[in-house]
Design a protein around this ligand. Structure first.
Ligand code: SF4
Ligand code: SF4
Length: 472
């Protein structure tokens, strides 16, 4: 029985509801009146239900797809402006007891090198990340109660927040670890994490169980209900995502939107972020072994559809994707990207170790952070290192209210520009600095509130004089 308010995975992600939705979409995807109504609703920034989104997804009319792209672009500008938030993943440990068939960290892989960062290693890794200019990390670890217990994760978070090297500081640590108990989520909240991210991988229960044959992750309900435990445990911001390529994408997209609707219905706040990873080649993993890979056109459509269906959510694309794919998706709703990423354990401090095979997946975009920042600015995006909301307590429903309130140009815009100025002063190459300073000059004029603009200009002068960490 489908019930978005239920706490049981099989009720809020009802298989029957997904199948009926897809059947409904197949029957209506050429209904021009309905398509126009759905696009009009999206245009009113009302978001879309999973049924409405499914109709657009299955519609193959290129003019409808084009309208979706334009809407996605405009909605992204309305909610997030031309800012792109920058982050980096930090792999703490690749010990894992699970058997995920698409991930090289699976327990049966005996030829990958297993590593776990010590606290001293973390100081070296984070110092290297700070020297690149990063302020926001997503920490990642396999599931292993012996090697990676919650006490280890908490210790790592504490270490990261206390590393201050030159002008560097990590101001927000997002966490991507296995589904756990409400009590442990509460501990993560107390440790001051930003977003708790957990990819569902696939919402299709039967496939899920085949893809996760062994280990605690085999339990579909425990994994799917994790976000409820996280939010009940006090975590305000959660990040969803499926791994495209494991199951057929219409099923995944409908179920993902049902999950977002469930969080909104039960906790009053939807997903803070939605990631859109695709399965990639890695040690012991060949993406061609999986039948449901999606091409770039479909990927672009999924991206645009998520943006118009869940207009307030942050959307993340990682260095799994190439520069060309990232460039294509940026105008379709992406608001966060990783830059200069290493997906191996210890990869920042020793990036060129030829013996290392501890990466979770091959990176398709291997540019440095400076190159990514410059590339964004050349396209008139503002790379943002801002973490003000988290540090001002604007999380969960307060963040959503803020995000929906249209205060982007008075708050986010100057905050992003000030953090960019910090980056330019401390880390940028001369070429990047030159482009960035011209962009900041121009973008400052777009702050509507005159007093706020004057204050921001004064802060910029203080940043140039060596002071740091201003925010609205
Ligand atoms: Fe372990 Fe996560 Fe990889 Fe699965 S996806 S094997 S849980 S690290
Ligand atoms: Fe993001 Fe908040 Fe900063 Fe705006 S003020 S850029 S929403 S962290």
């Amino acid at each position: 029985m489908y019930n978005p308010r239920s706490f049981r995975a099989e009720e809020f992600i009802s298989h029957t509801e997904v199948m009926e939705t897809l059947e409904y979409a197949r029957q209506h995807c050429n209904d021009k009146t309905l398509l126009a109504e759905i696009l009009a609703k999206a245009n009113r920034r009302k978001g879309l239900t999973h049924r409405e989104a499914a109709v657009l997804l299955l519609c193959e009319d290129p003019t409808v797809t084009e309208q979706m792209y334009q809407l996605a672009h405009q909605i992204k500008l309305d909610y997030y402006g031309n800012r792109i938030v920058i982050f980096a993943p930090l792999y703490l440990s690749n010990y894992c007891v699970n058997g995920c068939t698409y991930c090289p960290y699976h327990a049966k892989n005996k030829h990958i090198s297993r590593k776990k960062l010590t606290q001293e290693d973390i100081v070296r890794e984070v110092t290297a990340l700070q020297d690149m200019g990063h302020k926001r990390l997503a920490i990642e670890a396999g599931e292993d109660p012996l090697h990676n217990p919650i006490s280890y994760i908490l210790e790592c978070i504490d270490t990261i927040y206390h590393i201050h090297h030159k002008n560097g500081a990590i101001r927000r640590v997002n966490v991507n670890i296995a589904a756990t108990t409400e009590e442990e989520y509460h501990m993560l909240k107390e440790a001051g994490i930003g977003t708790y991210i957990l990819f569902q991988e696939t919402y299709h229960k039967e496939s899920y169980e085949k893809l996760h044959p062994t280990g605690p992750k085999h339990d579909y309900a425990y994994h799917t209900e994790a976000m409820d435990r996280a939010m009940t445990g006090g975590i305000d911001d959660v990040g969803l995502g499926v791994l495209y390529g494991l199951e057929n994408y219409p099923y995944e997209l409908v179920a993902l939107l049902m999950h977002a609707e469930h969080l909104e219905a039960v906790h009053g706040v939807g997903p803070h972020t939605i990631s859109i990873p695709r399965i990639k080649r890695a040690e012991d993993i060949n993406p061609e072994d999986f039948d449901n890979g999606i091409d770039d056109d479909t990927f672009a459509k999924i991206c645009a559809l998520i943006r118009i269906a869940v207009p307030y959510t942050g959307m993340i694309i990682s260095t799994r994707e190439s520069k060309a794919v990232r460039q294509r998706l940026l105008p379709l709703g992406i608001s966060q990207i990783s830059g200069g990423s290493r997906t191996s354990v210890g990869g920042y401090d020793m990036p060129e170790d030829p013996e290392d095979n501890s990466a979770q997946f091959d990176v398709s975009d291997s540019r440095t952070l400076d190159e990514v920042v410059c590339w964004l600015m050349e396209q008139e995006y503002i790379p943002s290192f801002c973490t003000a909301c988290y540090r001002e307590g604007r999380t969960g429903d307060r963040f959503m209210t803020f995000c929906k309130s249209g205060q982007i140009l008075n708050y986010c815009h100057p905050n992003a520009l000030m953090t960019l100025q910090e980056y330019l002063e401390d880390y940028a190459s001369p070429h990047t600095k030159e482009i960035g300073e011209a962009l900041i000059q121009k973008e400052m004029q777009r702050i509507p509130n005159a007093a706020r603009r004057e204050k921001a200009i004064a802060y910029l002068k203080e940043i140039a004089a060596g002071k740091r960490d201003f925010r609205f």
